[in-house]
Design a protein around this ligand. Structure first.
Ligand code: BGC
Length: 254
């Protein structure tokens, strides 16, 4: 490989409200194509989502886009390319061999990965967990709570920390950003719920670093300073593009 050839991969991030994708330079961790975003089809049914992903992939241009590794994120447990849960998406996904369905529709192989694992991998490769030893837990606060666990630079997949039962509740139903919005909580009220969530994580896993992602982490100064934890807790470096970056890096086996 010549010194000027950059490693390129495509990342597609499937979320509850939007599906977005771009081509990524894996050496710099930067997007090198326009970011294309299309609203997630109502109901989140598999066929409709696959169709949108195919459209986004066909619109991503740039050098080497046709043959680049392709990574796709999804907000569920992913085992061997199959979707095994559906907390905030259509139940039709449960048990589906999604990787094969996407592969057939797109005419190329894909790497299929949990959305928060992709965000965690992005932080590990290009963000707040880069070069860190020990256990970094990346949590994404959105519709649900996603989690990516990285130990000495290696991602441990499918940490479903948003579904820990805490004080008799599914954790994400109380502490996700969607709970703040749904219940009209102020920053302090919401921070009290985050406090409970993160102190349980601290007790159970003794992490070395907590990283907070999801769109709301751009407003981190409103809630992170309210938390009283022994573990350092920092905002994610990558927010809107974390899924794209992580999916691309994962697909390339970065
Ligand atoms: C899902 C996870 C996902 C998270 C964030 C949770 O409800 O169970 O798989 O990573 O939401 O989207």
């Amino acid at each position: 490989m010549g010194h000027s050839s950059h490693r390129i991969a495509i990342g597609i991030d499937i979320g509850g409200t939007g599906i977005k994708g771009a081509s990524v330079d894996l050496d710099s961790g930067e997007l090198i194509s326009e970011r294309i975003k299309i609203a997630t089809p109502e109901g989140g049914h598999p066929d409709a989502i696959i169709e949108v992903v195919a459209e986004i992939v066909s619109r991503i241009g740039g050098p080497g886009a046709d043959s680049a590794p392709l990574g796709v994120t999804f907000p569920a447990i992913i085992r061997d390319g199959h979707t095994m849960s559906a907390a905030n998406v259509s139940r039709e996904w449960i048990g589906l061999d999604a990787r094969s369905l996407f592969g057939r529709a797109l005419g190329r192989e894909i790497t299929f990965v949990n959305d928060a694992d992709a965000a965690g991998f992005a932080e590990s490769e290009f963000g707040a967990a880069k070069g860190r030893n020990g256990l970094s837990l990346v949590t994404t606060l959105g519709t649900g709570i996603g989690a990516g666990a990285i130990y000495n630079g290696v991602l441990i997949p499918n940490f479903e920390l948003g579904h820990l039962e805490i004080d008799g509740h599914d954790a994400e139903s109380r502490a996700a950003f969607s709970a703040k919005e749904r219940e009209g909580l102020g920053w302090e009220e919401w921070a009290a719920r985050l406090q409970r969530f993160y102190e349980v994580l601290e007790f159970l896993f003794s992490p070395d670093l907590l990283i907070v992602g999801g769109g709301v982490s751009k407003s981190h100064e409103h809630f992170l300073p309210l938390l009283r934890l022994d573990t350092p807790i920092v905002p994610a470096v990558h927010r809107n593009n974390a899924g794209i970056l992580g999916a691309a890096a994962f697909a390339a086996g970065a």
